[in-house]
Design a protein around this ligand. Sequence first.
Ligand SMILES: [Zn+2]
Length: 330
Amino acid sequence: MKSKSKIALVTILIGIIFIQGICVWAALSQKPSEVKTASGNAVSQTVAEPVPTTAAPKIKLSSQELKIYCKDSAQLRTVIGYAAEWVSSDPETVSVDEKGNLTANKAGTVTIKAIDKNGNEAECSVISQKVAYLTIDDWPNKHTITMLETFKKYDVKATFFLAAQRTHHDIYKMIADEGHTVGNHSYSHNYESIYKNSTSLINSIDRQNAFLESVTGSKPAMVFRFPGGSTQGKCRAHGTTYPRLLKENGYQIFDWTTTSGDVSAKADADYCLNNIKKQCVRDREIILMHNKEHTAKAMPQIIEYLWSQGYEIAPITKVTASYCFVLDKK
Ligand SMILES: [Zn+2]
């Protein structure tokens, strides 16, 4: 009896082990199964293999190196994979938010990393470049032509904030044709009439857009400089109303960070150059100039000086960060 029960027990154990083995084998070898379509044809259906965790997709960035001008912003995107976290090696220089939006706070180079939830990383080097914007205001004249020749020689683009006049329409067109930014500086430039109320201001700006389009053959950029600046008495008397109104209408507003002083009675080429040398100390400079003979004369030295200080000279465009005394000055 004892040996019989032993045999029976061993037989049961072998049976259990055999059945478990069958189950494990069945689980491991899922073969393609056959299913029938509505028309009765048999098609093969393969059960997808689970993706091993060690082979998670690598993430890639839309750019490996990116240059933006100081104070401007841009966005980095992943082209493969999903970034769960964005990290800047130096947020004081260039910060990044959870969507990959960059803000260049000061000049320098940083590494931006995108990290997905599996710990995969992709990185991009971002250069925040020192930049100087040469801006020339009011009415073009023969000195503007001298400046345009200098800009061509040095391969530099500037920004002209233009008011209207009856003469020199060919120079307005030259400015646009040579790739400089044509900005709006109101039609009349008359403080009394343009700053009277919101309607007068918008009318003068609209009229100037139409004038600029008629003389240059293309629509001007949506960039505006208040005649006299946003702190001009008659403009400032309305608080922040006018700058806010223009922003709501899609304009970027540009006052200045440096003035060449070229409208001063004592101004000559050296005076303008020295003012610029004294004031250009920030990573981003917006330089105020006018269509004057001494300004045109100083222009080659102004460009060479700015380059010697590491500035890139760029035209203001729609993506250039606005700078308005009334709204932005800290
Ligand atoms: Zn002006």
